[in-house]
Design a protein around this ligand. Structure first.
Ligand SMILES: Cc1ncc(COP(=O)(O)O)c(C=O)c1O
Length: 461
């Protein structure tokens, strides 16, 4: 066991020792973790992270897709400090607090039209759980003829979080398969993924056959279905799978036609990631329920929200004795510090014209990434805004994937780290998700390190 005395002024080496002795990291094979040297972050500024040894890294995944305006952003630091001078936490169960109410109004103002109520929680997973439970309870309370609407439709390859409801509507076998006995069953529709189209077709000739196939399934299960849940435009954790333009709108139309609620999981896509504040905006879609988290606080504190329409909210109003209350709430729901950070984060979008400045950066990134296409093992480059997936393949012509044992993504990521860039792989897909505030020069540097990393790892074998 590490010596307890090291904790007062620990050296980098001592901290790593403590980490390896006491911590259990998420999505991590700890047997590998404890063997290798690890990066331990001590501070950050703008697009950079600095480790305990003083080495600087570009944060190419926005600290797991959350950082928006950069690290140590003055306005967000100040908002949290000011709130800290008032109160750190007070409950929303039976009480309210100032930032929670102010933020709710702001969220409704910026959300797709029709979403008018805000239910807070603290992670993307909980925001999704809440969306599922609200959808379920809504139909149970609506009218006896809707009682059969107890099921959900979701997409294959979907990722909606790690709690059991979210896993039930998930579709990534590697993460989800083992828990199957614990999950409620859901109806799956194919992931509309053009590079590896499940129907073996291609755009535009296919005329979005995936949406037509989805209709057959939705129609068949409509009477039993409470809601369809979708990551709008981009299935992130699946490997940045991009939906063809018009797919989301088609799904919205089908949900309307067959009386099914549409849940948009904007946990990853929300707060500017795709180039619009919410991905749904690209197709003029308003969901019935929307889950947001990650970027909501600009990457500072854990906060999430599930937004619903007024119609759904009203479905829960009644005399107490009728027990239509939504009996759900997490201890830190509406935490004032997190809400204060979120308010400052949203205000910065306007103050700094974040989305307007993002347009040219997205275009620059697109242009730079084009150069990757020639590399021998780059199979597909997928980009929507600042969400990028670069799929590495063993054989470009046949699209044959690298076997998992080759850890090709992990190896490229490790190579990039040597040159001062933090990114993460999703299997054979390299993910680039820089903070929206990144500069063109930093973007250029990020792309260069990734390009060299791919070349070194895939072309030197
Ligand atoms: C689309 C989507 N939904 C939900 C989640 C779960 O969010 P959290 O990790 O905050 O629980 C994620 C996380 O990556 C996500 O990408």
């Amino acid at each position: 066991m590490p010596d307890a005395r090291v904790k007062k002024h620990p050296t980098a080496k001592q901290i790593e020792k403590l980490d390896k002795h006491y911590l259990w990291h998420p999505f991590t094979q700890m047997q590998d973790w404890i063997k290798d040297p690890q990066i331990i972050i001590e501070s950050g500024k703008g697009s950079y992270l600095t480790d305990v040894r003083g080495k600087k890294y570009l944060d190419g995944v926005s600290s797991l897709w959350v950082t928006v305006h950069g690290h140590r952003k003055k306005e967000i630091d100040t908002a949290i400090a000011n709130q800290l001078g008032k109160i750190g936490h007070s409950t929303l169960l039976g009480l309210s607090n100032v930032p929670a109410a102010l933020l709710a109004e702001k969220l409704v103002r910026i959300a797709p039209t029709g979403l008018s109520r805000v239910f807070y929680s603290d992670s993307g997973s909980t925001a999704v759980e809440i969306a599922l439970k609200i959808a379920f309870q809504y139909w149970q309370q609506k009218d006896a003829k809707y009682r059969s609407k107890t099921d959900f439709i979701s997409l294959r390859e979907a990722y909606h979080g790690d709690t059991l409801g979210a896993v039930s509507v998930g579709g990534i076998d590697l993460f989800h398969q083992i828990y199957k006995p614990l999950l409620f069953s859901t109806t799956k529709i194919d992931s509309p993924h053009c590079y590896r189209c499940p129907l073996g077709k291609s755009l535009p000739g296919c005329r979005m056959a995936c949406a037509q196939k989805a209709e057959a399934i939705i129609k068949k299960h409509a009477a039993q279905t409470a809601a369809l849940i979708i990551e709008p435009l981009v299935q992130g954790a699946a490997g940045m799978l991009m939906q063809p333009h018009g797919y989301l709108k088609a799904i919205r139309r089908l949900c309307d036609k067959y009386d099914i609620l549409l849940i948009a999981d904007e946990v990853a896509t929300g707060f500017g990631r795709t180039g619009a504040l919410f991905a749904c905006e690209h197709e003029g879609v308003s969901p019935d329920i929307m889950a947001v988290a990650k970027g909501i606080t600009g990457g500072y504190l854990p906060l999430a929200a599930t937004l619903t329409t007024e119609e759904i909210y009203r479905g829960f109003l009644a005399e107490y004795r009728e027990f239509r209350t939504f009996f759900h709430g997490h201890t830190y729901t509406g935490n004032p510090l997190a809400c204060a950070a979120a308010i400052a984060n949203i205000d910065l979008f306007k103050k700094e014209k974040t989305l307007r400045k993002l347009g040219p950066k997205i275009a620059f990134l697109k242009k730079e990434l084009r150069g990757f296409a020639e590399r021998a093992h780059v199979g597909d480059i997928r980009q929507k805004g600042f969400m990028v997936g670069i799929e590495l393949v063993q054989d470009k012509t046949t699209k044959r994937p690298y076997p998992a044992e080759e850890k090709i993504g992990i190896r490229v990521v490790q190579e990039c780290r040597k040159h001062g860039l933090i990114i993460r792989p999703l299997g054979n897909v390299l993910v680039l998700m820089p903070p929206l505030s990144i500069s063109i020069r930093e973007l250029e540097r990020m792309v260069k390190i990734v390009r060299n990393g791919i070349t070194t790892v895939t072309e030197s074998q």
